[in-house]
Design a protein around this ligand. Structure first.
Ligand code: HEC
Length: 221
């Protein structure tokens, strides 16, 4: 241990010496030097020190399977990743009232935070022209499954991840009901949720432009 410490100390000292500018002048001497009358042409920037990176830094550890499982909760548009469980609008309503309404309003429309419910007349999609048009689950979201993923992952913001899967299913069902996307007695689960037809589904297209080109001069890794 002691010898390792000494090694580190020597290393640090070495760095300081190596970093020192060979042309450095003592401060007092610098103060006496008068500024050149004419501006010198700018020097080429000094090259970065080419210190070799070690193969390993020896920090961190492999994540355990349990840790990976806890993080691996994404739900795809097609419903892949949805857990077992189910919920109805009636299941979700009281949870919404106690844990969500304070920020999103009694019926998902009143705020003060994001408006969650409401469709536009004729399911119009004016968002490119009118940035103030309300983007709700019913007016803007292309996939119903996103509601499950997002609410389980992020809401309520003061305790994300605290809702049980059945509670999330109930909340999703209630929000879909408030958006007039499912009837009041519908049961939402891993099979039925991906089948909910979203008005904005066909308003989004896959981006076929390919991978972005690196900026000119950018170093490839
Ligand atoms: C403390 C206030 C607060 C509470 C409580 C809360 N939310 Fe939110 N919610 C927010 C804020 C703020 C955002 C916007 C977050 C952002 O844009 O990053 C948001 C965003 C959302 C969105 C995405 C809206 C969109 O269109 O992008 C959904 C869905 C949502 N919340 C559902 C819920 C549900 C369900 C609950 C109850 C379990 C809940 N929220 C509780 C503050 C809250």
């Amino acid at each position: 241990m002691k010898s390792a410490l000494r090694l580190v100390a020597i290393g640090v000292l070495g760095l300081i010496c190596a970093g020192g500018d060979r042309n450095a002048v003592p401060l007092a001497a610098q103060a006496r030097t008068t500024a050149p009358a004419k501006a010198q042409p700018a020097k080429a920037p000094a090259k970065a020190p080419s210190a070799k990176e070690p193969a390993r830094f020896g920090i961190g550890r492999p994540a355990t399977p349990a840790e990976i499982t806890a993080w691996d909760i994404d739900v795809g548009p097609d419903g892949v990743g949805l857990p077992p469980g189910r919920g109805t609008p009636a299941d979700g309503a009281p949870i919404y009232a106690s844990r969500c309404a304070g920020c999103h309003g009694k019926t998902g429309k009143e705020g003060p935070n994001d408006v969650l419910a409401g469709r536009l007349p004729g399911d119009a999609f004016p968002f490119a022209r009118d940035p103030r048009a309300p983007k709700t689950i019913g007016s803007y979201w292309p996939y119903a499954t996103t509601a499950f993923d997002y609410i389980r992952r992020a809401m309520p913001p003061d305790a994300p991840g605290s809702l049980k899967d059945n509670e999330v299913y109930g909340l999703v069902a209630y929000l879909l009901f408030l958006n007039e996307l499912i009837p009041a007695d519908a049961s939402i689960d891993a099979t039925s949720l991906p089948k909910v037809k979203m008005p904005a589904h066909d308003r989004f297209v896959p981006d076929t432009r390919g991978a972005p080109k690196p900026a000119p001069g950018a170093k490839s890794r």
